[in-house]
Design a protein around this ligand. Sequence first.
Ligand code: MF3
Ligand code: CO
Ligand code: CO
Length: 288
Amino acid sequence: MQLEGFPDFVLNKKRSWPTLYIFFFQGESEIFQKQSMIHIKNSKEIQKMRDAGRLAAEVLHETGLRVKPGVSTLELNDFAESFTRKHGAISAPLNYKGFPKSICTSINNVVCHGIPSQDDVLKDGDIMNIDVTVIYHDFHGDTSRMFTVGEVSADAKTLIEDTEEAMWVGIRTVKPNNRISDIGEAIDQFLTPRGYGIVRDLTGHGIGRNFHEDPPVPHYRQNQVRQRMQPGMTFTVEPMVNQGTWKVDFSKEDGWTVTTSDGRLSAQFEHTVLVTDDGYDVLTRMEN
Ligand code: MF3
Ligand code: CO
Ligand code: CO
């Protein structure tokens, strides 16, 4: 694997899960070939996943109500942090592998892992993903969605709608005995004819006591993550969808911010899901 030029967190030095679920396709992709360790949750653990998922959804909803022109992403971060604490939970991103803030705020050409900042002030026409992950009674809930600021372009609206639908197309494949690869297959069949680039270097992931667990959940067509889904598995489906190329760049300045290589827009939606006896349950809903 050719890893030069990437920041430390990408390098997955120990080669053990959980990684930051980033793959490289140079040469043999050894991460896919490793023995995987998928934790099947028991009913007590599933209840905790539900509680964490519900709280993550609430934090995302409440934070989203504060999105408007003139607001900085740092203000959104600080709101989310205090709301999370008030509910007895912890913001999982804060200090995760050195991430400096409590949520990710990814504006326009930022694909994911945008760092909230006083200098990033929302303006009319922006699109933004807010990604919230909480730890509640030792379990993680991870969810994200897009927000629009003022009036946005018709193209941006379409990107957002198609990305949300792509997430659901993926989630609807979830049921026992289907393969993890069926998720990306379905999403790819939906998005590729529409001309989008599906991000390959970051994927969904198993989730539970750890933020990122096995299995990786690619959102594009591939035949390497072939594990079959089983009741009690919990993982995220979180397609990152680009208007143009699927290629992305990792910031060398802050070590985190991922941007589209061609500068065009990117969108993402994310839910944490549970495999049930006959299908799936979305855990990151406020109604749960
Ligand atoms: N919430 C992101 C995900 O969906 C991960 C963010 S890692 C962080 O997996 F460190 F940037 F927070
Ligand atoms: Co996630
Ligand atoms: Co997330």
